[in-house]
Design a protein around this ligand. Structure first.
Ligand code: PEP
Ligand code: MG
Length: 583
């Protein structure tokens, strides 16, 4: 049994078998065989070895011709390694003595050797380690067959383990087949992490290098509450986790009973809890969790995983379907495209040469350079505004000039629609995200030009602390509890109050129970989050008075390090809802 610690990004406990995406997702169908079938299994193994040797020779031939013999020799070495009689004997023993399936025995053996080589920490062996993984992949593909897209052709339920997953890969996971996922890379507010919440599957990211210690088919526990994964748990640990899994399920069920009750403090102060969505189908999650509307619709997900942009009518359909599902009297805040950084799309090639995409042509910067793209979306949003309480929001605004440019283009599009006689809400509320420190610092001025603010803490933290939200190596720096971040949030809330405009927080911070009292105490009355988090936040709000929240906020603002802030908030949250404070 091995225990690995990472960053918890989506709660819950899952137990299942590993599918390692690094081995091109070759899914190991079963770990054990009936002892009586050992000979058959060994025959299959020998055939796969033969085929893998043939592949290596074919590769050698092809590369000899293409690049020269010195490169082809790499595959000659592969063939020699596969033909090593000690290797196959070692695998045979696992089949006969431990009743491992051929696939599992191959994976375990190759990974053990690769790990031993890597442990020598000699650069000259690193290519040999890669060779061993290549050979593993080749033999497994002969045993299992070529899988096509591993994540879309799952043969059975699995726990997906990968170095990293892109947000669109994650979005495409089938939650019925993928019980959970865990990655070596990634941070708390990466879009991959956000997608885990959307799918409502447990997930842990930022585990550091661990794939070498796991074989496809190993039994894995993913503890999305504590940020832990356990490889091949012992009996006692598995039992303990089965109990935790049941407890988590019943806690979630109890919280869901609050669905139709307001998010109101015990002394009658009402908060509005909204849902963040990426796909129209998630409107249903908002309803199931009792959301008061949609506080952030991340429309860029319409653009991912495709080679052409969605046209105006496709977008109109998508936006209208959300508005209809949410209902005419609840707000739906549609955010204009926030493509770039870790959310890449087919046009990204134009920008891929950027050295630092998070600081490059992302979001409104991209839209302002692609007016056709921008105007098409604005037309679709405006047209959808006839059907309900649609609000429009611009992301990543860093200067007043940028905001004014966005508003000018919106005014142009309104005029166009007007001329064409197409209906829309002329008074559609306009908001801006505050997620760049410059916008937070200029919040008083910005507040005069919009109807609402939405504080995007995911980016605000990253840009304030210069800590990449997707990079596990700076995960300790990246904290919502950092006093610098809290001061900016406080400033934005005060700026909104001076102009009497609404203000919301829509980053992951708003769905983290640790910060609920603090945000309420700072004066926030709107929080938008992954729908899955709404019940917990509602429970906290319904358990306190507004005075208590104010005291918590005042105290928290006195600390000068993130660690002190977070420790204090942990204590306070434990007092109110101990079940959600796990470490
Ligand atoms: C944010 O930055 O906090 C936010 C909500 O936007 P996104 O996570 O999509 O960048
Ligand atoms: Mg953002």
């Amino acid at each position: 049994m091995e225990i690995k610690r990472g960053i918890p990004v989506s709660p819950g406990v899952a137990i299942g078998t590993a599918l390692i995406v690094e081995t091109e997702g070759i899914q190991i169908p079963r770990r054990f065989i009936d002892k009586a079938r050992a000979n058959e299994e060994i025959e299959r193994l020998h055939q796969a070895f033969k085929d893998a040797v043939a592949d290596a020779h074919a590769n050698q031939q092809a590369i000899n011709e293409k690049l020269g013999k010195q490169y082809g020799a790499i595959f000659a070495a592969h063939a020699l390694l596969i033909e090593d009689p000690d290797l196959i004997r070692e695998i045979e023993l696992l089949i006969t003595q431990k009743s491992f399936s051929a696939e599992y025995a191959v994976s375990r053996t190759m990974r053990r050797h690769a790990k031993a080589l890597a442990a020598l920490n000699q650069p000259m062996f690193s290519t040999r380690t890669a060779d061993l993984y290549d050979i593993e992949k080749s033999i497994l593909s002969h045993l299992v067959g070529q899988p096509g897209n591993p994540l879309q052709n799952l043969q059975g339920p699995a726990i997906v383990l990968a170095h990293d997953l892109t947000p669109s890969e994650t979005a495409n996971l089938d939650p019925k087949m993928v019980y959970a996922f865990a990655t070596e890379a990634g941070g708390k507010a990466s879009h991959t992490a956000i997608m885990a919440g959307v799918l409502e599957i447990p997930a842990v990211v930022g585990l550091g290098r661990f794939l070498m210690d796991v074989s496809g088919g190993d039994e894995i526990i993913v503890d999305g509450n504590r940020g832990v994964i356990i490889v091949n748990p012992d009996e006692e640990t598995r039992e303990r986790y089965l109990v935790l899994q049941r407890q988590f399920g019943s806690f979630a069920k109890r919280l869901n009973e609050l669905r139709d009750l307001p998010a109101e403090t015990t002394d009658g102060i009402r908060a509005v809890l909204l849902g963040n969505i990426e796909f129209p189908t998630e409107s249903a999650h908002c309803g199931e969790r009792g959301a008061d509307g949609v506080g952030l619709y991340r429309t860029e997900f319409l653009y991912l995983n495709r080679t052409t942009d969605p046209n105006e009518s496709e977008q109109y359909e998508a936006y209208t379907s959300v508005v209809r599902a949410i209902g005419p009297n609840k707000p739906v805040v549609i955010r204009t495209l926030d493509l770039g950084a870790d959310k890449l799309f087919h046009l990204a090639d134009q920008y891929l040469n950027e050295k630092n995409p998070s600081l490059g042509v992302r979001s409104v910067r991209l839209c302002l350079r692609n007016l056709v793209l921008f105007k098409t979306q604005l037309r679709a949003i405006l047209r959808a505004s006839c059907h309900g309480d649609v609000r429009i929001m611009f992301p990543m605004v860093s200067t007043l000039m940028e905001l004014r440019q966005c508003k000018m283009i919106l005014a142009d599009v309104k005029e166009e629609l007007e001329e064409e006689g197409i209906a829309f809400n002329r008074k559609i509320p306009i908001g801006t995200m505050v997620e760049v420190p410059s916008a937070a610092l200029m919040a008083e001025e910005m507040a005069k030009e919009v109807n609402f603010f939405s504080i995007g803490t995911n980016d605000l933290i990253q840009y304030t602390l210069a800590a990449d939200r997707t990079n596990e190596h700076v995960a300790l720096l990246y904290s919502a509890g950092d006093p610098a971040v809290l001061r900016l949030i406080d400033r934005v809330i005060r700026a909104a109050a001076t102009q009497n405009i609404e203000v919301c927080v829509c980053g992951e911070m708003s769905g983290d129970p640790l910060y609920a009292m603090l945000l309420l105490g700072l004066g926030l009355r709107q929080l938008s989050m992954t729908p899955q988090n709404i019940p917990e936040i509602k429970k906290i709000i319904r358990s306190i008075t507004i005075e208590e929240a104010k005291v918590v906020a005042q105290e928290a603002m006195r600390f000068d390090t993130a660690r002190d802030v977070n420790n204090y908030l942990r204590e306070q949250t434990r007092r109110v809802l101990p079940e959600v404070v796990v470490n």
